[in-house]
Design a protein around this ligand. Structure first.
Ligand SMILES: [Zn+2]
Length: 336
């Protein structure tokens, strides 16, 4: 295999993290397997209120449960090392170049966000425009190369490849880029509440990297407000889109807002799974009674009777309530 960045040298490097380990490590913790878990994918453009996602969210507690004893340092290390990494995609020289920017980001930028008092702060300005852009371009581009469902337009992907390969510092701020820092209070364990994963959608291309959330647009014309579960706010959305900027603005989401965002995402997923479960169960019951699938309209009526116009209502009911409602619904059909 030829290296995906330089397209010259042999890709000999093993275990390249395509989302920087220094950022995501605190969040990840996987049951010590060699299998990389699937990343998560959001789909926000097609009007589907439900998000497709499978973020990794394995914390130390779960690892301990899996092992039946506290993990050793080495197991923890291994557990954290494997996800979001690839073998034989990049060469050693290009890997070194990635590391150069990642180390600089770790030493110059991260300390200004992690473990500092961000109370009442809704954004921070950074002079290090090209460092921040380069660091996130590396994440975005590598993610596009390594993650099946995350993609960029071929033109943008190639442009980013050349910027990274040439370590270009000037004229690289023409891609609209939003970075949100999620204030994560409460020690290391709190970081495991965060997510790592990306969306299958475009414009924005969204990557969750623990306490950093990236939103990347191909072009200024594609920039459009999307609430994204509370990640963005319509009032100041535009303010946080960095584009041809002199200083780079990083939006800061308070610890409380961070928790809201994560819980919105989780609840939406729960709603989606619950509704899908209900539909499947209804099909099954109907089939048993009437030897065929329920007409779509009847199925819609059934679901509507539970949720009305608010999908989230589905989380309010107990299993027993749903069973009773279902029985009554079908009984009413029979009597008609
Ligand atoms: Zn290379």
């Amino acid at each position: 295999m030829i290296c995906a960045l330089c397209k010259e040298k042999e890709a000999t490097k093993k275990n390249t993290h395509y989302l920087s380990d220094g950022v995501i490590r605190k969040c990840l913790n996987i049951g010590g397997t060699n299998e990389r878990e699937r990343g998560y994918y959001f789909d926000i453009s097609n009007g589907n209120p439900f998000v497709e996602f499978n973020f990794q969210r394995i914390d130390e507690v779960n690892l301990e449960k899996g092992l039946g004893r506290p993990p050793t340092d080495e197991e923890l290390e291994n557990a954290r090392k494997i996800p979001f990494s690839v073998d034989y995609v990049f060469c050693n020289t290009c890997e070194k170049s990635f590391t150069e920017f990642e180390s600089k980001f770790s030493s110059d930028i991260i300390p200004k966000l992690r473990n500092v008092n961000l109370n009442q702060i809704n954004h921070l300005n950074f002079e290090e425009v090209s460092l921040i852009r380069m660091f996130f371009y590396i994440q975005i581009w590598r993610n596009a190369i390594c993650e099946e469902i995350f993609s960029l337009s071929p033109k943008v992907e190639e442009e980013l490849r050349l910027i990274i390969l040439n370590k270009q510092v000037k004229n690289i701020n023409h891609f609209p880029l939003m970075i949100t820092y999620l204030e994560t209070l409460g020690g290391d364990m709190s970081f495991t509440e965060n997510y790592v994963g990306s969306t299958s959608d475009r414009n924005p291309n969204v990557i969750f990297m623990n306490d950093f959330v990236v939103q990347f647009f191909d072009d200024i014309d594609y920039v459009k407000y999307n609430k994204f579960y509370g990640l963005n706010d319509e009032v100041d959305f535009k303010e946080f889109v960095n584009f041809e900027e002199e200083v780079f603005k990083v939006k800061v989401l308070s610890n409380i807002k961070r928790k809201e965002l994560l819980s919105n995402i989780i609840n939406t997923e729960k709603v989606k799974q619950t509704l899908s479960f209900l539909e499947k169960s209804f099909d099954l019951i109907w089939q048993r009674m009437f030897y065929g699938f329920p007409p779509i309209q009847i199925k819609q009526e059934y679901i509507h009777g539970i949720i009305g116009d608010d999908d989230f209502t589905v989380l309010k009911y107990s299993q027993k309530q749903i069973a009773e409602y279902t029985e009554k619904f079908i009984w009413d059909r029979i009597r008609r």
